[in-house]
Write a protein that binds this ligand. Structure first.
Ligand SMILES: [Zn+2]
Ligand SMILES: [Zn+2]
Length: 271
């Protein structure tokens, strides 16, 4: 099993050393992990001097390359990044990805037209369903501007933060927008990241939800990666056994691992 989404203290929102994450992964019996520390350019900051979610990429590569070698034979370490997408960042991201030799690139929506849905203010003054609609619309806007990513991260992440979370949420309710997103992903050969953070937030399923996973397959999508989005060692590989069962039920047959931005596929029963 491999966990292709985790953070270390290279991310603004984690205080965990990369070594502590690696040790936890080895302890959980994972065969490979990918660090995907945050780079969210132009993330709203209360104080312009301390812009959050920037990544010291040269230092990151130096450290991760060292750890990759140090742990060789015990666990495979891959070097990735989680880009916070916004349409105006397309050129910057293109240049950035040409500059650094990442194994794996997750594109994620952490902002909805510049606003952070993690902040309760996002949901005040809007119906929950309007907020979710705007979130999915912003994913389409992101994909119109930029598609050089390997997977889209935690696709329906916004429902973690809604006042009623996923109580009134379903794929069917937002079907037109979600179908348009999935079609764009498939057209551009972008995989779907299955993020077990949804369980941690009490949704009872991953992000995206099972219906979206099924729909992506129905539309011809084949690339799935899995990640716990751990920001601390205790969450590495979290809920993977439960997830594996769910994915098999959904009809997922292969799980992908990315190296040098190329996917290798492993039968789900064997990982
Ligand atoms: Zn994320
Ligand atoms: Zn993440």
């Amino acid at each position: 099993m491999f966990d292709l989404h985790m953070h270390s203290d290279f991310s603004t929102d984690s205080e965990s050393s990369p070594e502590s994450m690696i040790e936890a992964a080895i302890h959980s019996g994972l065969s490979a992990i990918c660090f995907t520390d945050h780079l969210d350019m132009d993330f709203p900051a209360p104080d312009a001097k301390h812009a959050p979610f920037l990544l010291d990429t040269p230092a990151y590569f130096q450290k991760m390359q060292h750890l990759k070698d140090a742990y060789r034979g015990r666990i495979e370490i891959l070097i990735g990044v989680e880009l916070g997408l916004q349409p105006h960042l397309a050129d910057f991201h293109q240049r950035y990805l040409h500059t650094y030799p990442f194994d794996f690139v997750i594109g994620s929506s952490h902002l909805v037209h510049g606003e952070d849905p993690y902040e309760p203010a996002f949901f005040s003054g809007r119906e929950e369903s309007e907020a979710y609609t705007e979130y999915f619309q912003s994913i389409l806007d992101n994909l119109s501007a930029f598609t050089q990513i390997d997977v889209y991260g935690h696709l329906d992440y916004v429902v973690r933060y809604g006042p009623n979370q996923n109580q009134y949420y379903s794929y069917t309710r937002y079907r037109n927008l979600i179908d348009a997103i999935l079609q764009q992903l498939i057209r551009h050969n972008i995989g779907l990241e299955i993020n077990t953070g949804g369980y941690k937030y009490g949704l009872g399923e991953p992000n995206p939800c099972a219906e979206i996973i099924r729909r992506y397959i129905e539309l011809g999508g084949e690339t799935f990666t899995i990640g716990a989005d751990a920001h601390e060692p205790s969450c590495v590989g979290d809920h993977f056994a439960e997830l594996k069962e769910l994915l098999i039920q959904c009809g997922v047959r292969y799980i992908a691992k990315f190296k040098n931005r190329q996917a290798a596929y492993f039968p789900i029963e064997e990982i």
